[in-house]
Write a protein that binds this ligand. Structure first.
Ligand SMILES: [Zn+2]
Length: 308
């Protein structure tokens, strides 16, 4: 980690700016206000990294219109935070970023949310497709409600009803999508599946009843019977989604235990981003960070919005 973080883009503001401009403007600089690509020029003097647009007469820098815009945090610290969030398998807490980058906890917290915004797929396409497998399952977060039992004292209520519910979808050898849902009623499940999975896919789940009906809308609905200790039958399995849930839950317990329910979907998007850009799909830490940095455009998030 130390060796990577010694890269000048994480320590030197000028190197950070050049790196960011290359990712932000791969086909050359353009004005974010009016789109002018030809007639722009550096302002010069002390305004390093600032440009003037001869078409709309406005000034701009590469961070205009991105989640990094109008921040008092230097760009090299933004790049370091983005890199650390992308490189840490289970994520990294705002407390740790606060200590590592020498910024306030409040700044670190806000940066994390803005970076999650950059990681969020703003135009998600249906998962799966012809001949492709999509595994679906659900998982639960949080403590159950407590009930008092005369001979046992306070105990966690059985069942998941009071816990936070998350549906997980994984394309075999592809992307993932974690979605916070209010309940696991048939209608809710049907809506999530209809909105997120291509009907030409092979749907693979456990034998939970709530998948049965809507499962008929897919090219195939195949199940494994966990109650009979069946975990795979040929290429039918839910092992990918269960493995992914494992990673996600270790991250939520280890790093994000204080995540508020109103922020949960952003954390889910963060895990999905890392999963969809994982090393098995050819992304190393730097390539994954570059993908996140490309996502910063057009996603400004104000402190008020981040606070829900
Ligand atoms: Zn312009």
């Amino acid at each position: 980690m130390t060796a990577v973080l010694s890269d000048p883009i994480f320590t030197n503001e000028e190197a950070a700016r050049v790196h960011f401009e290359e990712l932000r403007w791969p086909n050359g600089r353009y004005c974010p206000h009016c789109g002018e690509a030809e007639k722009t020029s550096p302002i010069g003097g002390k305004e390093v990294g600032r440009f003037y647009c001869l078409s709309c007469k406005k000034k701009f820098s590469a961070t205009v219109g991105t989640v990094y815009e109008r921040s008092h945090i230097p760009l090299h610290k933004w790049l370091a935070a983005t890199h650390l969030m992308c490189a840490s398998k289970k994520g990294i807490s705002a407390h740790q970023l606060h200590r590592m980058l020498g910024i306030t906890y409040k700044s670190a917290w806000f940066m994390c949310h803005r970076i999650r915004e950059a990681m969020t797929d703003s135009n998600p396409t249906p998962m799966g497709g012809n001949g492709q497998i999509v595994e679906v399952d659900e998982t639960f977060l949080g403590q159950p409600d407590q009930v008092y039992e005369n001979n046992g004292g306070w105990k966690g209520k059985r069942g998941y009803h009071t816990k936070i519910k998350v549906m997980g979808l994984v394309e075999r050898n592809g992307r993932s999508r974690l979605i916070k849902v209010n309940d696991l009623h048939v209608g809710t499940i049907a809506k999530v599946l209809a909105e997120n999975v291509d009907p030409n896919s092979r749907l693979q789940t456990d034998q939970a009843k709530h998948y049965k009906n809507h499962g008929k809308k897919f090219a195939k609905h195949e199940t494994v019977n966990h109650s009979k200790k069946e975990y795979a039958r040929g290429d039918v399995t839910t092992n990918s989604i269960e493995g992914y849930f494992g990673l996600f839950k270790r991250g939520m317990v280890g790093v994000y235990q204080h995540c508020g329910e109103q922020h949960l979907q952003r954390y889910l998007n963060e895990f999905d981003f890392r999963y969809g850009n994982r090393s098995a799909l050819g992304f190393d830490d730097a390539a994954r960070a570059a993908e996140a940095i490309k996502g910063v455009a057009g996603k400004r998030l104000t402190y008020r919005q981040a606070n829900g």
